[in-house]
Design a protein around this ligand. Sequence first.
Ligand code: NDP
Length: 240
Amino acid sequence: MARVALVTGGTRGIGAAISRELQQAGRIVVASYAGNEIAARQFHEETGIRVMKFDAGDFAACEKAVAEIHEEVGPIEILVNNAGITRDTTVAKMTRDMWDAVIDTNLGSCFNLCRLTFEDMRSKKFGRIVNIGSINGQAGQYGQVNYAAAKSGIHGFTKALAQEGARFGITVNAVAPGYVDTDMVRAVPPDVLAKIIARIPMGRLGIAHDIARGVVFLTADEADFVTGSTLSINGGQHMY
Ligand code: NDP
């Protein structure tokens, strides 16, 4: 039986590449999104992948969505917490709403969906969870105290949950992408982006499939000895 995978924010950018690669790997994929109907419809038409609109930062909405997937598709065995947003500014100008939105969407969503899928994974004695962190959670970034805190939180969350999951056959890992050519990065001013690319040893931005291939590796049935790790995919920009 093919395993069911949920990819949050799976209709655009990195998430869309993850959804496509998991489908190619034989998974039954459900891709969630927040509100961009045009992108979601186009993605569904191109791939046939089921799309679902719900706010990954809202526990009640996640609960309803997970129950619906369980009922109509099957229990989720592979979870990719990819949904993420930025609300960048310096701390002096950051509002509490900008802080809350980024923490809820980027980090709260990981709690919500892990909490709601863990029982099923435990009873199946199989689970693959991949949380998408960021180079900016590892290294920090000017104008991103909210985003860096959320992404850095993901790395701690991953290591703690990996310890809870191990004896049930559930692996929990993180992928920390560097700068990847998606809508999120296209929003960065061109002069700032040029300076960023100059600091990437590979001399280019990543593409979404660079990240997706890492997720396919970590979610493979055979990757059962890899847990609590962070896979950095960043063209050599940050090494530690
Ligand atoms: P995009 O902005 O291109 O896509 C974001 C996706 O997340 C969209 O599908 C969006 O839905 C969805 N989304 C946003 N908020 C929510 C929410 N509350 N509930 C459900 N879905 C939501 O982002 P990227 O592809 O660039 O980034 C994907 C992940 O990778 C993020 O976690 C990001 O932080 C991380 N990352 C990205 C890097 C990059 O360089 N691009 C670098 C490092 C990490 P909708 O289409 O409806 O808006």
